[in-house]
Write a protein that binds this ligand. Structure first.
Ligand code: 5AD
Ligand code: SF4
Length: 478
């Protein structure tokens, strides 16, 4: 198969983008009759790995494919287009993709015009892309997060040319509006408010793969929010790698606090946002969260480490004290606040004392939930070049210690909820017990309880009867 390279990623270019202004494009490629005639009634299958940004990208890809008449299928064997939407944030996310793509090889032998596509953060890295191209001869389309808007035409090109197409640009500063989307959920929605990241934490690949920090315009975000409100959505989550930096790149006189206030004035019962960076979290944002009852008093505030020294090596731009002061300010101003976090264990050269600082910080903050990771070197990032004498065994030992520490404190907080009544948004039949339904409290605790189908998508009152580390049992209160 001949390979046509439209663009290949370049990490150095991605890192050197500087202060490129944000530009806006309005795109609708659903009216091209040639593309529609070729793609109509073909079946597509998408498998997504990674974060909510990828989940939201999948919804956009679905919207684009359906707008040209393609049909979704859950059965990979009957698909005409298979898209693997990848994640590169840690090595284990990558390994899964190599396995998954390997399993698809045999399908191509059966169906000659099958298109197998790989997109997402993995292909934005030159060396990984080359490895994929050399390993998987069956894959005939590679596209990046910046090319999603062009998906229908890329699939068309692949089919009509018979070539393998690679279209991945390390672009800076673009926001594409007006793309169709096909939401996965009828009552909970993600709304992108910004893309990319300019923080360049030394361990993280995201600023290279997702590009420059760029915000959507306030009116575009709110138009989407208003549409969701009119459709009866119960929960809207604002998405961005660093939502608190919203608006900074636009210089149009608004920031994330203004967006929170506007969302606070809607009738959407639950407004959430993720992810926050302590550096950009200001007092006006805290005030807005405190003031509006429909903004959930639940903040995901990644700390990454409790040691100021490690934070410095991570380029996190705050110290342990800065973080604890911010948490205090939040707790003082937002009654009933709960916090969750991300923590990396085993960053290069992390000493026992530095790790211990993380344990004491965890105790001091009292998180309600936490995502913990063992540091995974990402090629092209500064941390990957740091010397690291700490053995993997030590990292695993520390990881286990941290998890058991966190589980103790989370269990304590969950136990305090027993006997009390909380509003719960009913999601559907429980994934672990088909006789039960499940949903989330305002502070994001998963609760299982007896209910019926008519309550799905509604907010009901549930009395907590039992608590486990990662979920709770409850009874519906009439
Ligand atoms: N190794 C381990 N964890 C990482 N994260 C990001 N990059 C790495 C890495 N190289 C974690 C951070 C981030 C979360 C989404 O993933 O904790 O907040
Ligand atoms: Fe990665 Fe840091 Fe940006 Fe988060 S803030 S996406 S951890 S570089």
């Amino acid at each position: 198969m001949k390979t046509r390279v439209i663009a290949k990623p370049d990490l150095k270019l991605a890192a050197k983008r500087g202060r490129t202004p944000t530009t806006f494009h309005r795109v609708n490629n659903s009216s091209n009759t040639e593309i529609i005639n070729k793609l109509k009634n073909r079946k597509y299958f998408i498998k997504t790995y990674g974060c909510q940004a990828n989940v939201r990208d999948e919804e956009t890809m679905r919207g684009i494919l359906e707008s040209v008449g393609m049909i979704s299928t859950d059965n990979v064997n009957e698909s005409d287009l298979i898209i693997i939407n990848t994640c590169a944030v840690r090595e284990n996310a990558e390994d899964k993709v190599y396995g998954e793509v390997g399993n698809l090889k045999h399908l191509k032998a059966k169906k000659k015009d099958l298109v197998i596509a790989i997109c997402g953060c993995m292909v934005e890295q030159p060396e990984i892309l080359d490895r994929l191209i050399n390993t998987f001869k069956e894959v005939n389309l590679y596209f990046g997060t910046h090319e999603i808007y062009n998906l229908a035409s890329l699939v068309y090109e692949t089919l009509t040319s018979g070539e393998r197409i690679v279209s991945i640009e390390s672009k800076a500063g673009e926001v594409v509006e007006d793309l169709p989307s096909c939401r996965n959920n009828k009552f909970k929605a993600f709304v992108n408010i910004m893309y990319g990241c300019d923080k360049f934490c030394t361990y993280c690949i995201v600023p290279y793969t997702r590009g420059k920090e760029r915000s959507r315009r306030f009116e575009d975000v709110m138009k989407e929010v208003k549409e969701l409100e009119a459709q009866g959505y119960q929960e809207v989550t604002f998405l961005g790698q660093n939502v608190n930096a919203y608006g900074k790149d636009l210089d149009e006189g608004y920031d994330f606090a203004d967006l929170l206030v506007a969302a606070g004035h809607t009738n959407i019962p639950r407004i959430r946002f993720t992810t926050s960076h302590p550096w950009d979290f200001n007092g006006r944002m805290i005030e807005a969260i405190a003031k509006y009852p429909n903004i959930m008093k639940f903040i995901h505030l990644p700390v990454q480490s409790g040691s100021s020294e490690v934070l410095k090596r991570m380029n996190r731009r705050y110290t342990r004290e800065d973080y604890l002061n911010l948490v205090k300010k939040m707790k003082d101003n937002i009654p009933g606040l709960t916090l969750s976090t991300d923590i990396i264990v085993g960053f290069p050269n992390e000493t026992d004392e530095e790790f211990n600082d993380t344990l004491t910080l965890v105790d001091e903050v009292g998180y309600d939930a936490a995502f913990t990771f063992i540091y995974s070197p990402r090629r092209g990032t500064p941390a990957a070049k740091m010397e690291d004498p700490i053995t993997y065994e030590t990292k695993v030992k520390r990881f286990k210690e941290l998890v058991s520490h966190l589980e103790n404190s989370i269990s304590k907080k969950s136990n305090e909820m027993i006997g009390k009544v909380y509003p719960v948004l009913v999601e559907g039949v429980s994934k672990t017990n088909k006789d039960m339904f499940s949903g989330y409290t305002e502070n994001n605790k998963l609760v299982h309880f007896k209910a019926d189908e008519t309550l799905v998508g509604q907010i009901v009152n549930v009395k907590i009867t039992e608590s486990h580390t990662y979920s709770m049992l409850g009874e519906l209160v009439k």
